[in-house]
Structure formats: structure tokens, C-alpha cells
Design a protein around this ligand. Structure first.
Ligand code: FPP
Length: 248
């Protein structure tokens, strides 16, 4: 007997031949969602981590190859130390507690951003989770932590400049493909759909190169409110769009 899920009706509306191959999510609105409920911001971040689990589960279930989520930006260091500390502890818990789900669902964990300045025990948990899931093949979950797209682009440019200076590369040989291969998403599918909750209409230094042709989905819903249905609705909306990639 088929299992009745609260989103079965949406699954039947999905066109499985036109699924986004790479979805990015800016997990925004945790703080405002918590404040609206009279709770501390940290309560919102915890609920945001649960929304991330739901998002990963539904993307995995419908066979989205890559999900990238923005968990901590290079600008988030400007937050009060207590909130940064809480987010780091939450990240540590996430890396420990979600490992069994990642293994069960055959999901590979991959970090984007500069993790080198994160607390040593977080780096260790990350290294362990990355190594343990390295051969998983159903989906890749990119966790963007201490990530900034401009920094990613600058690092790519520096690598190409270094190779050019060393005589390994000629300037005219540098093209889009070569540049993309220097980014942290190298060898992953193009970003097709970028979801930003919480009513903000900007990219906030997230996947700027990769978003060149992505469809953008903005919604006033706060991230902790996001259900599996909401992810499916964003994908169904994506499937109604006619992507011209610059042609007519
Ligand atoms: C931005 O919204 C969100 C963040 C800076 C943190 C996102 C983190 C999570 C969703 C936690 C789960 C992830 C891991 C792996 C630790 P905000 O909270 O600043 O919202 P606001 O704009 O309403 O204040």
C-alpha cells in the first residue's frame, strides 16, 4: 500500500523530467520568526536546523542532485558573540546528529567557504562527516559556512593569475569553463533554482557566479516555517518558468 504523505498531491504535480539539478537556499528569517513568537533568536536558529533537515529529506526523496544551503556568511561574524557561539554549537550538533541521516539517505556532505578559521572541534567534526560520506552518491549537500561569493571569485581569480604567472596558462586561454572549475562548486551541476525566504529580495553574496542563470524564488515565509510542501511548491513554480538562457 502506498504511504500517504501530506505532500503526495504535490508529488503528482512534479514533472520529473524537468527537476532542478541544483537548488540553493538562503536560510533567512530565523531571528524574525522567533521574535514574532516572543522567543529568543537562538530558538529560531534551532527551528531553522529542523527546516534544513526537512529540505534535505524532500530534495533527496525527489532526486535533486545538489542542495546548497547558506548557514553562515563571512558577514555573520558581525553578530553578537553569544549568537555566533550558538550558531557554531548548532553547526557542531548538526554535523554529529545528522550524520546517520546522511548515511541512511546516501547523501554526501561538502563544505563551501573557508572553514579553516572555525573552532578546531567543528573542523574535526566536519572532516569526519565529509570523509564518512565521501562515497555517498544520491545527493550532495553543500553547507556554506564562512562563505562569501565575492571571496570565492577572488580566490578563483588568484589561482588563475598564479598559474598564468608561472607560465602554465595563457591569458587568452581563460574562459568561463576554466573559471567555473576554480570555484568551490566545480564539477557540480549549474545552480537552477535559488530560494530566498523571509521577504528579502537580494542575493547577499551567495553563489553570485553560479546564480547567473538561476531562477529566483522569493517568498515572505520565514525559513523555520518551511515545510516539505513549500520546497515542492518552489520547484513546481520553477517548472512553470520558460528558461531562455539569453535566447528568444
Ligand atoms: C539568517 O537569518 C540565518 C543565519 C545567519 C543562520 C542560518 C542557520 C540555520 C538555519 C541553522 C541551521 C544550520 C546549521 C547547519 C547550523 P537570521 O536568523 O539572521 O534571520 P533574521 O534576518 O530574521 O534575523
Amino acid at each position: 500500500m502506498a504511504i500517504q504523505k501530506p505532500y503526495n498531491d504535490l508529488l503528482t504535480r512534479l514533472d520529473n523530467t524537468r527537476l532542478p539539478q541544483h537548488i540553493g537556499i538562503i536560510m533567512d528569517g530565523n531571528g524574525r520568526w522567533a521574535a514574532a513568537a516572543g522567543k529568543a533568536r537562538t530558538f529560531g536558529h534551532k527551528a531553522g536546523a529542523e527546516a534544513l533537515r526537512r529540505a534535505a529529506e524532500i530534495c533527496r526523496e525527489i532526486h535533486i542532485p545538489v542542495l546548497t544551503v547558506f548557514a553562515f556568511s563571512t558577514e555573520n561574524w558581525r553578530r553578537p558573540p553569544a549568537e555566533i557561539d550558538f550558531l557554531m554549537r548548532l553547526l557542531g550538533q548538526y554535523l554529529q546528529q545528522e550524520l546517520s541521516l546522511l548515511q541512511k539517505e546516501n547523501i554526501r556532505l561538502n563544505g563551501l567557504g573557508d572553514w579553516s578559521i572555525l573552532p578546531a572541534h567543528i573542523r574535526q567534526l566536519y572532516d569526519e562527516a565529509k570523509q564518512a560520506t565521501a562515497n555517498n552518491s544520491e545527493m550532495t549537500l553543500n553547507l556554506a559556512v564562512n562563505y562569501g561569493a565575492r571571496q570565492e571569485i577572488v580566490r578563483a581569480a588568484q589561482r588563475l593569475a598564479t598559474a598564468t604567472q608561472a607560465g602554465e596558462l595563457k591569458v587568452h586561454e581563460i574562459d568561463e569553463e576554466m573559471f567555473a572549475a576554480q570555484l568551490e562548486t566545480a564539477s557540480q551541476p549549474e545552480l537552477d533554482l535559488l530560494i530566498r525566504p523571509a521577504g528579502e529580495l537580494r542575493l547577499s553574496n551567495f553563489l553570485l557566479w553560479q546564480a547567473a542563470y538561476a531562477e529566483l524564488f522569493f517568498t515572505p515565509l520565514m525559513w523555520p516555517e518551511f515545510s516539505k510542501r513549500d520546497i515542492l511548491l518552489a520547484i513546481i513554480d520553477f517548472q512553470t518558468r520558460f528558461r531562455r538562457f539569453g535566447s528568444i
